[in-house]
Design a binder for this molecule. Structure first.
Ligand SMILES: Nc1ncnc2c1ncn2[C@@H]1O[C@H](COP(=O)(O)OP(=O)(O)O)[C@@H](O)[C@H]1O
Ligand SMILES: O=c1ccn([C@@H]2O[C@H](COP(=O)(O)OP(=O)(O)O)[C@@H](O)[C@H]2O)c(=O)[nH]1
Length: 239
């Protein structure tokens, strides 16, 4: 059953914080299960799904640099954090009957496969869910940029950014209660207005490859499947 789906092949980006649930750090198993169940439902509806998970619930390179530490080492740790989150999510997906594979941009061959575009494409055609770990594999990048890169490489129809807010606002809604929410924006508007929901590299990559970015709250139960069906609450960045 694929008729209702708005997009067939999608890249779902989950911030590391999305896996924390109500905790201050790390991984909340109940939250991971809920998210995995929603991804499994999207697969049952006929979607081909790639997932990129962040690592901010465990480690961020900039936090190391801010304390005078080595940024590159900090980013290496951040990328390893994304591997931990990816392994956890893939296990949960398997529990919900999905064939999930972790492909890492940072080679850790005794733990998971290393990413290659051709290998990932084959798996996705088979209907497997790919969890892309390790971001871009390079320091000074983010997992949002890694997600935009994978979305382009995998020729995804949309980049679904599941975060803790329900769209893009005129300012950070967590710190400005008067911020106004947008239904649609162009990538140029996001860049010109310096809207900080995603980094500029990620927005520019999605724009240059004509991939729409959908920002929605992964904290809202059922939101992912709603978005896949073109329903629910989200901001579309395209044009
Ligand atoms: N203009 C904006 N619209 C929406 N969210 C924004 C905006 N500016 C900043 N943000 C913040 O960006 C965050 C989303 O980024 P994300 O990468 O998912 O989270 P994090 O980096 O905290 O893991 C939201 O939690 C929100 O607080
Ligand atoms: O291509 C990448 C992706 C991630 N990171 C590191 O991994 C951390 C976690 O990723 P991110 O902050 O994007 O996670 P999220 O905010 O989505 O949880 C970052 O802070 C960086 O230190 C990196 O160095 N290169």
């Amino acid at each position: 059953m694929t008729s209702k789906l708005r997009w067939r092949r999608v890249l779902v980006k989950l911030s590391g914080e999305a896996l924390m649930g109500s905790q201050d750090f790390g991984i909340d198993p109940e939250t991971v299960d809920r998210v995995a169940k929603e991804i499994a439902e999207a697969v049952r509806l006929g979607a081909q799904v790639g997932v990129v998970v962040g690592g901010g619930n465990i480690f961020r390179g900039v936090a190391v640099a801010a304390k005078g530490g080595n940024r590159v080492t900090g980013d290496h740790l951040g990328m390893l954090a994304t591997v931990m989150n990816s392994l956890t999510l893939a296990d949960a997906l398997r529990r919900f009957g999905v064939q999930a594979r972790v492909l890492s941009a940072v080679p850790v061959p005794s733990i998971c496969e290393t990413f290659t575009q051709r290998g990932a494409d084959r798996y996705m055609e088979d209907g497997d869910v790919i969890v892309f770990a390790g971001g871009t594999g390079n320091p000074f990048f983010t997992t949002d940029s890694g997600a935009a890169l994978r979305a382009a490489e995998m020729r995804c129809d949309a980049f679904l950014k599941g975060t803790s807010v329900d769209g893009v606002y005129s300012d950070d809604p967590k710190t400005n209660a008067d911020a106004e929410r947008y239904e649609t924006l162009t990538p140029q508007e996001v860049l010109e207005r310096d809207l900080k929901v995603m980094d500029a590299t990620a927005i520019a990559l999605a724009r240059d490859n004509a991939i729409p970015v959908i920002v929605f709250s992964i904290r809202t139960p059922g939101a992912l499947v709603d978005v896949m069906n073109g329903e629910g609450r989200y901001t579309v960045i395209e044009g």
